[in-house]
Write a protein that binds this ligand. Structure first.
Ligand code: IMP
Ligand code: MG
Length: 176
């Protein structure tokens, strides 16, 4: 896709594929004998989830949650509202939150608190991308695909105002 807003490519399609397979293998080892429930945070993580889940060689389930974090298009505020809650009861389950990107960490902090209160037997986070420089809370996902610099990322699920999710790579948004 040609578009003036698409800047430098941060993660190429083959790197995405390779790393997602590695994460799947790691989760397969770590959760051997268990049946994890993957909680996909809509919408950005859908693309990552569908590749990741096929790389996990265990019986596993998926459920979806949608949250809105108040703020501007490129900056979250930490005030989070649940737009769609899980269908599943997670009490006693091994839950893995699947996120597209951890930026300030505020959204994830809220999700961890909210889901922990429901009594899962374990709760871990698998994030495709993380921007450690931007972190405002002390929180590091157990599984991380790639650390990226402090740039606004688009593609492979990540959007700017709902666009660019379909790019097969992760790129930086070109600053005007
Ligand atoms: P946080 O609460 O600041 O960690 O932001 C989390 C959410 O903001 C992510 O789940 C994304 O939906 C969105 N977000 C943060 N950084 C980016 C980015 O670089 N590109 C696209 N979305 C982002
Ligand atoms: Mg998101």
């Amino acid at each position: 896709m040609r578009d003036a807003a698409i800047g430098e490519i941060l993660v190429q399609p083959d790197e995405l594929q390779h790393r997602v397979r590695e994460l799947g293998a790691e989760i397969t080892r770590d959760y051997a004998g268990r049946e994890p429930l993957l909680v996909c945070v809509l919408k950005g993580a859908v693309f990552f989830l569908s590749d990741l889940m096929r790389a996990i060689d265990l019986p596993c389930e998926v459920d979806f949650m949608a949250v809105a974090s108040y703020g501007s298009a490129t900056q979250s505020s930490g005030v989070v509202r649940i737009l769609k809650d899980l269908d599943a009861v997670i009490d006693g389950r091994d839950v893995i939150i699947v996120e597209d990107i951890v930026d300030s960490g505020l959204t994830l902090q809220y999700l961890l608190r909210n889901l922990n209160a429901r009594g899962p037997s374990s709760l871990a986070v698998c994030a495709l991308l993380t921007k450690p420089e931007r972190r405002e809370v002390d929180l590091e996902p157990r599984y991380v695909g790639f650390e990226i610099a402090n740039r606004f990322a688009i593609g492979y699920g990540l959007d700017l105002d709902e666009r660019y999710r379909n790019l097969p790579y992760v790129a930086a948004l070109k600053s005007p």
